[in-house]
Design a protein around this ligand. Structure first.
Ligand code: ARG
Ligand code: ZN
Length: 856
């Protein structure tokens, strides 16, 4: 039966302070797999700002069995407590309005909690996930981020390790001196071992560091620990932020919906973002571990010490923390390579989201299920907005503003208005137009015309702000456009400028030029916009060779490839012979960073091409896209055929594996070279040899993927499984590589067969994603098979997961968000599957919200 009441829409404009505040919370847990008892003592006090009382006591609670409750030690009778699916209410006349002690005991069933929100079990270990609204599945509470309290916790359980936030008082007792919202609460209990280290803060305080893992995994913690220590130091030197407890713990769990969680002093991580060894983790895994460890650690100040007033403000902590982790990774590795990787991600996920039915502002104004708003827009576009702010006010002002932010708002639950005000005050500037980046969804589109006369170049920019669901008639935003001017010899004809486009149409004059320069626009991708410019392939080739901004150098090559591929797909154009030559010049240029060369050599993704073609007003044909990429890659490989084997052997990294950026960069270029070799070598001999000889996962997996792409990998697929069947994180990769690299006509069958594999433990989110998302998101032509078999398979599995884990199901529905791009037949087939999901009688509100929006 469909629930008789549709779930309510929550609106930013309805925000009100709570009727009561909470000062302290004492929690007592008696752990049991199916009958955990939680006793709470909560000191409430009245909120004097809420003069509209007297108020009922309304507490959030879900899937709880209430055992007893009292107010100021007087037991409440059953008929005094109104319980519903979302919580309980006590009538105002029983509630002392200026404050009272609430005591309560509830029972929960962690084993039955497959949602992985609240208290649940993962392989026999107890753990929690409370962001956004999981604490209400642990006990009755004011589960909202503006209610901050001091927590004391006592845990009883038949397991050796009992962890919670703050300082360890021994015997399963914990005290966290920092007031926090309930979403930062955590508990972990199980048979765990810790990998220990320590850190001395800038003021000489000693902090114990512990990473808790399952026995046997201790040998895979060193890189995470090293990343943690570097993050702690970096936050001190770059932001002046010191850690504030004498213990910092990280726990790795196998069943986790997201990447990781910044619970105060007790970060909980998806084990794939902690555990690494050269043989089991790829270079990309190491990079992600470093970035996510940093991200969660940085939340201690941007998120925990200063938190969000309500969930509409999520980007206050997430956008800023992503921006900070990107700065950190750039400092730790290569700024240029990092920037390119981040922009690739931004375009693949956020631009895709912003262009489709799920588009929403960085600060959304309404939601049904907040878990659906942990999106690329809130996170990645949220970070871009801060990057723009940084470049508009300059580095010194940025630091001044951040200092003021920490000084003014420490200990508070804040809003985006607070954040903007800090910049206005610290930098003495008006940011009201800039703030549109937070409220207007959609990717601005910029055009530019150039007019050169005498010694003056006039640049005229236009900006359009496309309609998105529920938003039309937008205002022009503030778009910082870093611009360089190149002379014919490749040198800078004039100093780089930050042109600030803050209108629908605006011109800029650059004087004192001798020749008409070649423009290098939007250097470093200085704003998250689509730039449409008239440019010839010759100019693209020139920028690819000469631009001193590495991002734009890369962008020129990508743009070149994109335009050629579109011509090949839409107009049957032949490969422009200049392109492979330009690629060769980069590939063999030893003055360039190998990681950068690898990025230049990788062609635009199939999905990026599909989006570009759709934007030209044509339905993309996934098979044609696949074929064109093959043709172009082959042309590049042919041009380079004389160089490939030499490059391949020169790029070998002798000696034991190290995960540093330099070695990783060489391996990534070598992987790109291997892929090219396989286009010109009949039997994939080089890939086969690499697979056999590999002593690290990066090379083993790149060889395997290449072999599968060329339909030559059957023996290696089996060998890989035999070697790694005991390692769940590696077996996740085994599932993904088969569905992502399978030739299009086979992909659905491969995916379907793998769902029958005994290791396809689909209730584990990592395993589910490895196969189902690997197929739907990483194999464009396979997913979009003409007869709709891919769509049906994908929908079947969404339907299967929804009752078990709504949050992960809703997130995965994004696989269908681009359905309107395609031809009528595919569109109808996808719509039918979406409708089949939407019509399910017991669909979760998570999935209902997303599918409803996609269909609209
Ligand atoms: N705050 C976490 C982070 O570091 C993400 C938690 C998301 N969890 C959720 N259930 N929505 O980004
Ligand atoms: Zn975060």
């Amino acid at each position: 039966m469909r629930p008789s009441t549709t779930p309510p829409t929550i609106r930013l404009s309805d925000y009100q302070q709570p009727e009561f505040w909470i000062e302290t919370v004492d929690l007592h847990f008696k752990l049991h797999p199916t009958q955990t008892r939680v006793r709470s003592r909560i000191a409430f006090k009245g909120n004097t700002d809420r003069t509209d009382g007297p108020h009922d006591l309304r507490l959030h609670g879900q899937d709880l069995k209430l055992i007893s409750a009292s107010i100021n030690s007087t037991a409440l009778k059953a008929d005094e407590i109104l319980i519903d699916a979302e919580g309980l209410s006590i009538p105002a006349d029983l509630v002392p309005q200026d404050g009272f002690l609430w005591e309560c005991e509830v029972e929960t069933n962690p084993q039955a909690n497959t949602s992985l929100n609240g208290l649940y079990m993962s392989n026999g270990m107890y753990c929690t996930q409370c962001e956004a609204e999981g604490f209400r599945k642990i006990t009755y509470y004011l589960d909202r981020p503006d209610v901050m309290a001091v927590f004391t916790v006592e845990i009883e359980g038949d397991v050796p390790v009992l962890l919670s936030n703050g300082n360890n008082l021994g015997d399963g007792k914990w005290h966290d001196p920092w007031p926090k919202p309930a979403y930062l609460f955590a508990l972990v209990a199980g048979d765990l071992v810790s990998y220990d280290d320590h850190f001395t803060t800038m003021n000489g305080r000693e902090v114990e560091l512990q990473i808790y893992v399952r026995p046997g995994d201790e040998s895979k913690c060193a890189y995470a620990m090293d990343s943690l220590k570097r993050s702690m130091r970096w936050d001190e030197t770059e932001y002046g932020r010191e850690y504030d407890l004498n213990l910092f713990m990280i726990v790795a769990v196998d069943d986790f919906n997201m990447g990781a969680m910044e619970n105060k002093g007790l970060n909980i991580f998806n084990s794939k973002y902690v555990l690494a060894s050269p043989k089991t983790a790829t270079d990309r895994d190491y990079e992600l571990i470093e970035g996510i460890i940093a991200h969660e650690y940085f939340h201690n100040w941007t998120g925990n010490r200063i938190t969000c007033r309500d969930w509409f403000q999520l980007c206050l902590k997430e956008g800023l923390t992503v921006y900070r982790d990107q700065q950190f990774s750039g400092d730790a590795r290569s700024h240029a390579v990092n920037r390119i990787e981040n922009v690739l991600q931004l375009r693949a996920r956020q631009f895709r989201e912003d262009a489709g039915p799920l588009a929403h502002p960085v600060r959304p104004e309404e939601y049904i299920e907040i878990n659906n708003f942990y999106t690329a827009t809130v996170y990645e576009k949220g970070a871009e907005v801060i990057g723009m702010l940084h470049s508009l006010v300059g580095a010194d002002n940025y630091r001044k503003a951040l200092d003021l932010y920490f000084e003014r708002h420490d200990g508070q639950a804040c809003t985006i208005e607070d954040w903007i005000k800090v910049f206005e005050d610290a930098c003495n500037t008006d940011l009201s137009q800039f703030a549109l980046w937070y409220s207007q969804a959609g990717t601005p589109r910029i055009t530019v015309t150039e007019d050169f006369s005498g010694d003056t170049l006039t640049l005229t920019f236009t900006q359009t702000n496309p309609d998105t669901p529920g938003q039309t008639g937008k205002k022009p935003q503030v778009v910082p456009i870093r611009t360089g001017f190149l002379s014919p010899d490749g040198s800078e004809a004039a100093p780089e400028q930050l042109l600030v486009l803050d209108a629908g149409l605006k011109s800029f004059e650059i004087n004192g030029l001798v020749d008409k320069p070649t423009l290098s626009l939007l250097r470093g991708f200085s704003a998250p916009v689509v730039l449409e410019r008239q440019i010839t392939n010759a100019e693209r080739a020139f920028l690819l060779t000469h631009d001193s901004d590495p991002f734009n150098q890369w962008e020129a090559g990508r743009d070149y490839a994109l335009s050629l591929l579109q011509g090949m797909i839409l107009n049957d154009a032949d490969v422009d012979p200049a392109f492979p030559k330009a690629m060769r010049a980069v590939a063999v240029n030893e003055a360039l960073d190998p990681a950068f060369r690898a990025l230049v050599l990788s062609l635009p993704s199939e999905d990026a091409l599909a989006q570009a073609i759709f934007e030209q007003g044509t339905s993309p044909d996934p098979d044609a896209i696949y074929a064109a990429r093959q043709t172009l890659a082959k042309a590049v490989a042919t041009e380079l055929s004389g160089d490939l084997q030499g490059l391949y052997s020169d790029l070998a990294t002798p000696g034991p594996y190290t995960p540093d950026a330099e070695a990783a960069g060489k391996r990534s270029l070598r992987g790109a070279v291997l892929a090219l070799i396989s286009h010109v070598e009949a039997d994939c001999a080089t890939a086969k040899a690499q697979f056999a000889a590999a002593d690290n996962m990066t090379e083993q997996l790149s060889a395997l993927s290449t072999l599968i792409r060329h339909d030559q990998g059957d023996a290696e697929v089996q060998a890989f499984y035999d070697q790694w069947q005991a390692d769940r994180l590696v077996i996740d990769k085994w599932f993904t590589v088969q569905v992502a690299s399978a030739p299009a006509d086979k992909a659905v069958d491969v995916a379907r067969a793998l769902t029958q594999h005994k290791d396809f433990d689909w209730k584990n989110p990592n395993r589910y994603r490895s196969l189902i998302a690997g197929f739907a998101m990483m194999n464009l032509a396979g997913f979009h098979r003409k007869d709709g078999a891919g769509y049906e398979f994908f929908a079947d599995w969404l339907i299967k997961l929804d009752p078990v884990n709504p949050q992960t199901t809703a997130r995965m529905c994004g696989g269908f968000e681009t359905w309107r791009r395609y031809d009528a037949s595919r569109e109808q087939l996808m719509q039918a599957q979406l409708q089949r999901i939407a019509d399910l009688p017991d669909l979760s509100k998570d999935t209902a919200e997303i599918v409803g929006k996609i269909l609209n």
